[in-house]
Design a protein around this ligand. Sequence first.
Ligand SMILES: [Mg+2]
Length: 463
Amino acid sequence: MRNTPTILHLDMDAFFASVEQASKPSLRGKAVIVGGLGPRGVVSTSSYEARTFGVYSAMPMAQARRLAPNAAYLVPRFGLYRSISEQVMALLRELSPLVEPLSLDEAFVDLEAGGTAWDEGSARLAGAKLRADIRAVTGLTGSVGLAASKMLAKIASEQAKPDGLVVIEPGTERALLGPMPVRTLPGVGPATGDQLRRAGIATVEEIAEAGEDELVRLLGKAHGHALYAMALAHDERPVVAERETKSVSVEDTYDVDIHDRVRVGLEVQRLADRCVRRLRGAGLSGRTIVLKVRRYDFSTLTRSETLRGPTDDPAVVREAAARLLDSVDTTGGVRLLGVGVSGLADYTQEDLFAQAAGDLADAAPEEAVAEPVEERPAVAERHWPAGHDVRHAEHGHGWVQGSGLGRVTVRFETPGSEPGRVRTFRADDPGLEPADPLPLVPGGAEGGGGGPGAGPVAVRGSG
Ligand SMILES: [Mg+2]
């Protein structure tokens, strides 16, 4: 383990809720809850104001509504969050080639590998500058932890929240960890926590005191050994780049073009099974199923479908791949087929996204897009998801505050405006249409192209 605090952990503060507050002036300083609003919805993120009512991530939405009945309840806008995440990740990659995203708003950075920091002073400066840059580019705050290992850097950023920076100096780790609850350590969930508690172990120091043999006896060899090392603040896990782009896929090229449609279908099923075996082998599941088809004339098509939640079920992947194949013309022959799964889930927050997005898919059919989108299906009744942006021919840009009974209530305001006024329209008002989100910082959209109020942030899948 290194002896300088040059591993950085960034965690944006209440990310989804903060984005919504930045884009909606009337919600600043108010309780905002983002998540699935359907009957089985869960909270993805609550603003700090909502946390004072006891509303936290992963809580059932019904419980949140009981605790904070007057909060603003919004469905997530993943396209917007993703575009802001990309701005943040780009700033991290200026610090080091070793950036390991854990979710849209959280990542490790190895500052030493990037030559950005080599001791405590330079690490502190890099962390402070990063926080200022994030604020300038996105208008949002993020908290930074700096330590000599990933485990401690993450603990430090937790202590820094909100809007702070904490350095854990090498040599002080064990004294700091000792009194903390066992759940602080990575890999200790509720079940392991209970098991340790029944053995009389509540704090990290008590793990260290129990000794490695006792830990192995309680938790098995691999887990016991790893946890004992963590309790002694030994964490050698390196920062690994490009975790976010992971996908699992398999493909086959055929010597002779396949013309038989039934045979093409069977090949796709076989590839789907192979892909799932590989996915399971890596202990992963994923939400987006991708089919790749190269035709006789070398034209290559990809089609994808995003499921309600991550899966590693071969039947589900086979069915999705078959549906995607239905939309591809293979007359003339096929020379290559591939099946892949992306949108991989190997950390908790992604599961929350999936659940929230699943509820969103109920309300907004465009979330379940197949790609490329050729034509948006005609929707008999127009949907106005709470929190989504709209434009009115007469009143300009605003967002949906609520809808129902054939009416939609819109608040007309933009990130740079004063809190705006509310107006109610008929849900089929011809002057009202869905709009793309505006940049949170004037001129802050990618590329720095236009001036204040320039075009919308490029966002996929919104509308
Ligand atoms: Mg966060």
